[in-house]
Design a binder for this molecule. Structure first.
Ligand SMILES: [Zn+2]
Ligand SMILES: [Zn+2]
Length: 414
């Protein structure tokens, strides 16, 4: 047994002893390990009360669960800003929009992004709407994860996924979601009776990708979809308008006229800003011809992003869809600055924006790497459930149970 291993065993023993000690102290003091409280509609641990921000005096970093969204404010968090090739520091695309009216909207939900939601200590009961820009895995790869884990974590209503049609029905959002539902049948049916029925539903709202049209209009929130140009038919971008504020989310696209028209003068305008072809040759090993095709014919490279934003003139331009690695990010920034000199944020994962009519605050989230599930609310606890799943295991399998191994219940379970 080497020295390092002995140290590690000792440390683990000490940690365990401390935790046991804390539990004993809590019991002795009569403390119970309560469910999280509902405070102002946010699901936060006991004792933590989100504060109202006044006079634009925001803390330097954003700590999850500590700030109330102002009633006239829009808060946008870049959950992921990276690529389909996974990188722990830049997961794939997703932007979370939280409004002062208490509603939340997710724009894309690429691979790895649900981990970010957990670290943000998200209230899953509010995360029931995803707007997909297109069906690449870096934009929709975590939908099944939110559907199931969000259901376990507090959502008691269906998950609604809005997304574009394709050039044929099998390439559209509805078929994509139908296949997710079918693929996870084992999982979902196994939870019958334990979780609220409605939370186990996933509903696709497919719309015509080729039209500029309002695809969501409720409670003063209007979301419009318009076409994007990305490899094949079936990519879109979105514009959300609420309370005189606007957020534009560009899915992957070659620079296009619909984007300039719909994003013109908006408050926060997010658009992809890809690597340069030379960078992509070095990073990926692609031959130059393929690298140019990817970076500059199906995506928008840095100079293109800058030119586009010079035409759009937003209150804040937000660039994403590259890795914020030191050896490339400065060059991307410099190339954007060759063609655009307006307000600019080179978004990283967990860059957060507070947008009001007179102010845009740009910060980073201090993420909770050790977050626990935030717990369910009263509505989740009491939402209708079906009969508990029975008869799902074969008799011979049941006969293999070792009785008397697990302790009996300590509270009534009927
Ligand atoms: Zn992408
Ligand atoms: Zn894409």
């Amino acid at each position: 047994m080497n020295q390092q291993f002995v140290m590690s065993v000792k440390m683990n023993f000490m940690k365990t002893s401390i935790i046991i000690g804390l539990i004993c102290l809590a019991s002795a003091a009569g403390t119970t390990w309560a469910k999280p409280d509902k405070v102002d509609g946010l699901n936060v641990p006991s004792g933590r009360i989100p504060q109202e921000i006044k006079d634009n005096r925001y803390p330097r970093t954003y700590f999850p669960g500590t700030e109330r969204v102002g009633k006239d404010e829009m808060r946008i968090t870049a959950l992921g800003t990276g690529m389909p090739n996974q990188s722990p520091s830049n997961v794939a695309t997703s932007f979370l929009v939280e409004l002062g009216n208490g509603e939340s909207f997710l724009f894309d939900l690429g691979t790895g992004t649900t981990d970010r939601l957990a670290g943000l200590e998200a209230d899953y009961s509010k995360l029931d709407k995803v707007f997909a820009s297109h069906l690449h895995s870096d934009h929709v790869g975590d939908i099944a994860a939110l559907w199931i884990a969000g259901w376990l974590g507090g959502r008691y209503t269906p998950l609604h996924v809005y997304g574009p049609s394709g050039s044929s029905p099998e390439l559209g959002t509805k078929v994509h979601i139908d296949h997710i539902r079918a693929a996870w049948a084992w999982d979902v049916t196994s939870r019958a009776g334990i979780l609220p029925n409605a939370g186990g539903e996933i509903i696709a709202h497919e719309f015509d990708f080729s039209k500029t049209a309002v695809v969501y209009n409720e409670n003063g929130v209007k979301i419009m979809s318009f076409p994007a140009i990305h490899i094949r038919d079936g990519s879109v971008s979105y514009r959300l308008d609420w309370n005189g504020l606007s957020f534009v989310f560009g899915g992957d696209s070659f620079p296009n006229r619909w984007f300039v028209k719909e994003a013109k003068g908006a408050d926060l305008v997010v658009h992809e800003c890809f690597f340069t072809p030379e960078q992509w040759v070095n990073i990926s090993g692609f031959p130059y011809k393929q690298a140019y095709w990817v970076t500059s014919l199906i995506h928008t490279p840095p100079e293109g992003f800058g030119k586009l934003m010079s035409m759009v003139e937003p209150r804040m331009a937000v660039a994403y869809h590259y890795w914020n690695h030191r050896d490339i990010e400065f060059e991307i920034f410099e190339r954007v600055r060759k063609t655009y000199d307006g307000p600019l944020t080179m978004a990283d994962d967990l860059t957060i924006f507070n947008v009001t009519k007179d102010h845009i605050e740009v910060r980073e989230v201090t993420f909770n790497h050790e977050s626990w599930p935030m717990g369910t609310g009263k509505e989740w606890d009491t939402a209708p459930r079906g009969e508990p799943a029975t008869g799902l295991s074969s008799d011979w399998l049941i006969e293999g149970k070792l009785e008397g191994i697990n302790p009996p219940p300590t509270q009534p379970i009927d």
